[in-house]
Design a protein around this ligand. Structure first.
Ligand code: NDP
Length: 818
């Protein structure tokens, strides 16, 4: 082609990256074995799997197919390594992470080419985005290893962590998982995705080169049914970190229920890309390219739903069609292509199926005039218009380069459309009016919101979902808590027994436990007069349920008798059922304005509750004595602790702040802790008032509205609290109380699709049932696995752990500059 021709067409020439160094590396190592204890070990099955280049369908190499025997061996190696690694000083761990980051940079080109070959993504993206972010992740977490002792005092690593990663960002997901885990002192067994194991194997070689102690990082290639499931079920594993599809995430939630394994799930999405009429449309077009055609659209947070203000829709769509025509699909190793290959034929067929479905459902499909290469798994950039919000393509994650466009008229309608999804991973908002953009961002139910930008990631800024996009955060300080626990958690007592009449099975009520906890406090309370005999009120009324700010009769028409420790009836409470819970959840939703009101207002109401309770502290103490048989002094100290706790959460209301992250970007990332929504809470049996308020207060302090099941054996302290709530100006529906059988009611709440999180403090079996039932809408759970914490203690019974459980962090990215 002459220079003249080039000027005529202004077409790109080929700019291929050489594959030869990566192919030579593959040849030298094949077949690849498993990486256990810093050794390359043959798989127990003796079997190997092909790894295929999706750009041409050719086999690149063979990797070992591990099975459960290999999982056992890797977990044993990681457990042995944990003994030492968990106690290795933070500075030493930091140096290892730093060494890994350095080695990744040294091998960056090889890693970039391997990733492009194995996954089909373009070399431009692997070279400029994936691999630099991988190195950054290790550097950033080297810093947290260094600072762990000072910044996370009282926390310790969990042990062996099982990590399961997907194929869309193979090495980046490995870094997101491994870096925080080992920085916090855990050891790791990681399973790469079946389609994309190669960069993980190169990383294993880097681990060896960096001199990490054997067993700290173990990598098992193989199939989900062999390796993934065995990891999830392995009793030696203390936490599972998973990224992948919502369906598999749900099955992992079920498989780990009740096991006590920590779990973080980063799942699918159907993220909105919202364009207001004052946005700069040329920037928007480039934003759309990055949102949905980056990584062939195989991005969990891809902006796959384009929501455009109606008056600019035609203009934007015509610009977009012109841009689509100019996109280039082709060989991932060509530096001048925009879109590479789809990872596998299965994924390609799935995209084709969903696109055909869109056409069947009546949407209008747009694709460029040119054809994709046919020797690999390619799919052209695709746009759908005339899409109904309820249609399959508007609701289902397509995980390919397919965008669906819809229009809205007002900001409120934009928010409604944006939130019309079961997912909640990310969103991007385009407007030149910063006031509007920052007003919209908090209203969108998503873990990351990008303002006038999209698909930005950094180790410093947590990433993770709301709703069926999963729970837990990766990155930032918030991501570290996924890999640690309080040192005292290891010593938590097992549950006291429980019988339906309300007495502890050992016949001792909770007094021996309580007595020892209260020993110190008794001295302080010596001055208080403590009547030895308590006058019991006659059973003159049944405490009703408390729903929408009103006392409500239970739907069942039944009551439950409450007994004192001697077996004497002391009162009755309503026997709540599914219908009462449904009304309570509805009331809690209607009170959602609680979250958007000022923190000052919420703090005032909590202080007011403390004040109103203190006026009646003797009455509340007597009620505790009556239900538990504890001394009046004990009971008074419980009430005093409750008053102090209400003060604490009133104080925290406007002090539990987010942060401003510092990624390498001209801009800010605002990390805002937000209310989760409606939380279901099942209270512990010990400490009828303190157990109740210790959970209610942080939940409402952070703006949640709640449905609470009080202690089943001693519910009267909670039902007495109605009057305190009513006299403290707590808006109707913020706290709803349903008494009854704790485990049955918890199950209903855990299954309820409109409950966003469930806290459960009861038995081990009940904890398991709550975790199992929560898998329906992937709600966040916080359960005690039957362990009893010391509610009187200010470390175990209150503080930031509770506030973190009551919030989810949203990261709002706001770049600036001309
Ligand atoms: P999966 O969720 O099946 O795979 C993700 C990872 O989990 C892989 O390592 C996989 O292993 C492993 N895995 C699969 N099943 C189990 C199991 N039962 N127990 C333990 N581990 C398991 O995703 P797919 O690869 O099948 O992709 C399907 C869809 O998932 C995509 O179309 C997309 O919608 C979504 N997805 C979302 C991602 C995200 O980032 N949120 C990433 C990838 C996919 P193996 O590879 O061996 O099957």
């Amino acid at each position: 082609m002459s220079v003249m021709d080039i000027f005529e067409t202004m077409d790109y020439g080929p700019a291929p990256e050489a594959a030869s160094p990566a192919l030579a590396w593959l040849k030298e190592h094949q077949p690849f074995n498993l990486f256990i204890n810093n050794q390359w070990v043959q798989p127990a099955s003796g079997q190997y799997l092909d790894s295929v280049n999706p750009a041409n369908g050719k086999v690149l190499t063979q990797v070992a197919s591990a099975n459960s025997a290999d999982v056992d061996a890797a977990v044993a190696a990681a457990s042995a390594a944990f003994e030492k690694w968990g106690k290795t000083p933070g500075h030493v761990r930091a140096r290892y992470l730093y060494a890994l980051a350095r080695q990744i940079q040294k091998h960056s080109r090889l890693l970039a080419v391997l990733e492009a070959l194995d996954n089909g993504k373009s070399i431009r993206e692997t070279r400029d985005i994936d691999i630099p972010l991988v190195a950054r992740h290790f550097y950033y977490h080297a810093g947290w290893a260094q600072l762990m002792a000072s910044e996370l005092p009282g926390y310790q690593p969990l042990g062996v962590v099982g990590q399961i990663i997907p194929w869309n960002f193979p090495l980046l997901m490995l870094a997101w998982k491994i870096a925080p885990a080992i920085a916090m002192g855990n050891t790791v067994v990681l399973k790469p995705a079946r389609y994309t194991p190669l960069t993980a194997l190169k990383f294993a070689e880097i681990v060896q080169e960096s001199g990490l102690p054997p067993g700290v990082i173990n990598i098992l290639t193989g199939e989900a049914s062999q390796v993934g499931e065995a990891l999830v079920r392995h009793p030696g594993i203390k936490k599972i970190a998973f990224t992948g599809s919502t369906d598999v995430g749900r099955s992992i939630r079920r498989a780990t229920a009740g096991s006590g394994k920590k779990l973080s799930l980063e799942l699918g999405g159907k993220s909105p890309f919202i364009v207001f009429d004052d946005a700069d449309l040329d920037s928007v077009v480039e934003g759309v390219v990055d949102a949905i055609w980056f990584n062939q659209g195989q991005v969990c947070c891809a902006g796959s739903r384009l929501l455009v203000q109606e008056n600019i829709a035609d203009r934007l769509l015509s610009k977009l069609l012109i841009r689509m025509e100019r996109l280039r699909v082709g060989d991932p190793l060509d530096k001048a292509i925009d879109i590479g290959a789809i990872v596998s034929s299965t994924q390609l067929q799935e995209i084709q199926r969903l696109v055909a479905r869109g056409v069947e459902e009546g949407a209008q499909v747009w694709q460029p005039s040119w054809a994709c290469p046919t020797d690999g798994y390619f799919f052209p950039p695709t746009l759908f218009t005339n899409v109904s919000p309820a249609s399959t393509i508007a609701q289902v994650e397509i995980f390919g380069p397919v965008l669906v466009a819809m229009t809205f008229r007002t900001p409120a309608e934009a928010v409604e459309l944006a939130n019309n999804t079961r997912y909640g991973l990310a969103a991007s908002v385009w407007s030149d009016n910063i006031n509007l953009a920052l007003d919209i961002a908090p209203k969108i139910k998503a873990g990351s919101v990008w303002v006038n930008c999209t698909n930005l990631f950094d180790a410093s800024s947590g990433f993770g979902g709301y709703r069926e996009s999963g729970f837990g955060r990766e990155g930032g300080k918030e991501g570290l808590y996924e890999y640690v626990r309080h040192a005292w958690e290891a010593q938590l007592a097992s549950p006291s027994g429980y019988t339906p009449t309300g007495r502890a099975a050992n016949g001792a009520s909770s007094s021996s436990f309580t007595d020892s906890l209260l020993a110190g406090i008794d001295d302080e309370l010596d001055g208080l007069s403590a009547p030895e005999t308590i006058e019991l009120p006659a059973i003159d009324r049944t405490s009703k349920l408390f729903i929408a700010g009103k006392q409500a009769r239970p739907d069942s028409g039944y009551s439950r008798t409450v007994y004192d420790p001697a077996g004497q009836a002391i009162g009755e409470v309503g026997d709540g059922n599914r219908k009462d819970l449904r009304n309570a959840v509805e009331a809690a939703h209607k009170a959602s304005g609680w979250a958007t009101g000022t923190t000052h207002n919420r703090a005032q109401i909590l202080y007011y509750m403390a004040e109103n309770l203190s006026v009646r502290e003797d009455e509340f103490a007597r009620r505790i004595v009556q239900q538990t048989g504890r001394s009046h002094v004990d009971a008074m100290s419980e009430v005093q602790t409750v008053i102090s706790r209400l003060f604490s959460y009133a104080a925290w209301t406007d002090k539990f702040e987010g942060g401003v992250h510092r990624p390498p970007l001209r801009g800010v990332v605002l990390a805002m802790p937000e209310a989760i929504g409606v939380i279901g809470i099942a209270c512990p049996d010990d400490y009828p008032l303190l157990g109740f308020i210790s959970l209610v207060a942080p939940a409402i302090a952070m703006g949640n509205t709640i449905v609470v099941i009080p202690s089943q054996i001693a519910p009267l302290s909670a039902t007495d609290s109605y009057q305190v709530f009513e006299t403290s100006d707590l808006p109707a529906g913020v706290v709803n109380i349903v008494t009854g059988e704790r485990d049955a009611l918890s199950q209903v709440l855990a299954e309820h699709d409109d409950v966003d999180a469930m806290w459960y403090f009861g038995t081990a079996e009940g904890s398991k049932r709550v975790e199992l039932a929560s898998a329906g809408n992937m709600k966040r759970t916080w359960v005690n696995y039957g362990h009893t914490r010391n509610w009187l203690d200010s470390v175990q019974g209150e503080g930031q752990e509770f506030l973190r459980a009551a919030t989810q962090v949203k990261n709002i990215w706001v770049p600036y500059g001309e």
